[in-house]
Write a protein of this length. Structure first.
Lengths: 174, 174
């Protein structure tokens, strides 16, 4: 499976969710069984010999790539969710959006101090959500090995928001 | 891995999301790498020799079990999402909640007529969301092989809402 074939399967949807935004739709990549398997395999490959204790996926599309990677690598899976979705005791972090703010949460017993984790999501844009998720994991004392994405929007400063961590993305959109 | 061990890892959280509700929290099952792998393996086993074309997962926890099953079985993965989350052309179905209503959507090109699909979610309660998801798949002409859950609340009439389909659940809560 070539990167070109994976990249060509991305669907760009103009004016979603707002006028002037071109939304990068990964659903065609998930739908194609060969592309889906390749994405998981390529993203997991670096960690095959030394997997993290947990793959941490960010709601909701980070769950899709994260859980398949966790299964492939034999790791546990930890979800980071939007406020109010996790039922047990949580830690939360607020972060700013272009308009307003959002909040993400993790169960306080999801990760123990020193546990190695890989944080994953589908798309790196401004990095706000991923930085808030990383802050949650830091509060729990996790050892964050890196933050991995399927797609990175290279024209936005997402890497700067996550400058403390190794960042990897499968596809760079310029 | 015994079913007893899997079942014992479920966490019951009283009064979430509302007073008097006991919420079944699957996050401890996902967090434990051996339990997580076992759940995926057991749920996928029936389909190993004859996998569906797609595993369809319902947002958001259905993404977690569904995508790992899709990876295991070599299927494509299709997400059914809450209204307004899918960027391309969608079909939608409204359904009633205890208070008010909700709406789920699927991309109109996610499944073609005759495609075999397995619908998965984490929990079967009243079956409202799963029945709406199945209706979406029927509208696209899918051949629904079954609807599979990690946990079924046996004291609620979820099976009746899905009576047209083979239903399987790993854990039956009485």
């Amino acid at each position: 499976m070539s990167f070109e074939k994976i990249e060509a399967a991305l669907r760009k949807v103009p004016d979603f969710p707002n006028q002037g935004i071109v939304y990068i739709d990964i659903t065609p990549l998930l739908q194609d069984k060969d592309i889906f398997a390749s994405i998981v395999d390529i993203m997991a490959e670096k960690y095959i010999d030394n997997p993290p204790k947990y793959i941490v996926g960010i709601e909701a599309r980070g769950f899709i790539i994260g859980s398949a990677m966790a299964y492939k690598l034999g790791c546990g899976f930890v979800p980071i969710r939007k406020k109010g979705k996790l039922p047990y005791k949580t830690l939360s972090v607020k972060y700013e959006l272009e308009y307003g703010e959002a909040e993400v949460e993790v169960h306080e017993d999801a990760v123990k101090p020193g546990d190695s984790v890989l944080l994953v999501d589908d798309l790196l844009a401004t990095g706000g959500t991923a930085a808030a998720a990383a802050e949650l994991l830091e509060k729990l004392g996790a050892n964050i090995l890196g933050v991995d994405f399927i797609v990175e929007l290279g024209f936005l400063p997402g890497r700067e928001a996550l400058a403390k961590y190794p960042i990897r993305s499968l596809i760079l959109e310029k």
